[in-house]
Design a protein around this ligand. Sequence first.
Ligand SMILES: [Ca+2]
Ligand SMILES: [Ca+2]
Length: 344
Amino acid sequence: MQFLIKIKFVLLFLLLGTTCPLNAKVLAYYPFNGNANDESGNGNNGFVYGPVLTEDRYGNSNSAYYFDGTDDFILLGDTDFLKPRFPMTLIAWINLDCDAYYPPVFVNNYCEDHYNGIIFNIVYDNYLAINFGNGDFVGPQSRRSKTGTTLLLPNRWYHIAVIIRGVYNMELYVNGQNDGGTYSGNGSSLVYTEGPAKLGVADGSRYEGGERFFKGKMDDIYFCDHAFTSQQIMSHYQETVTEQTSKNETLPKTTILYQNYPNPFNPTTTIQYQLLKSTTVSLTIYDLLGNEINQLLNQYQETGMYRILWESKNSQDQYVPNGIYIYKLQTDRHVYLRKMIVLQ
Ligand SMILES: [Ca+2]
Ligand SMILES: [Ca+2]
């Protein structure tokens, strides 16, 4: 089952498809696979203050972080990449402990008594919420919030997302579905002050007991500087839940997708896979924004071991730039993802 651990690298971007604006940019991506590194290429690695690596939603060890609800958080740094502007999309997978109290997920210098910056959190009896402020101190005129409608139950994984296109266009999503919700506050702008972004801790100046901490598990934190469509959110959810569904159904594995070799590479690499059953199979290369780069294969194949060469070329036969690419093997029953690196 070792290969399962590796393919749990589930790229958030895959199904964004070609509808993304060309200038769309991944601001940050924390897959939490063994560390809190930022895999977006922007280099804003997290510093882990307490959270410990734990099982992710597929049961892979060391592939998500557990926050103890007492003093654990991850410091992400003070950078414009982590001070997203409208439009924006924030996505995470979370699994709450039962007694979490107003647990914050992503925060960038949001202060409860100033209302500046942004906080993506869980409020009341476990509803999703997004809040941002204009820095003009307490008062509903300084804050803009939306609270969702789905009660998030403890001890289960949820795909949560927020899309902000503007003050009157904020959407919360739970497991790919638009969560509706209620707006409050009349803040009309988002103003950040100096200060680092954090995961799992929020200022608690309006609450007795000081700071509030996330309690439970987090995984696959992703920020993008454009607004996903609702279909893209649903696709993203479905894509990143695929293997969990497969595992829960205890379907026999029918395929093994191996790590390409060499890796990193320039310009040629070999992708190897094994089909334990005959199936329709496609092998497609994507960039980190989910744009399809090239499809190397799409046909019915018999049981057996296969190898495909990729020469770092896109579908127009041009060499692709340096960077991380995803290869996706899709069979009748499963989707398998791995990443590889083109390095000149
Ligand atoms: Ca601790
Ligand atoms: Ca992970």
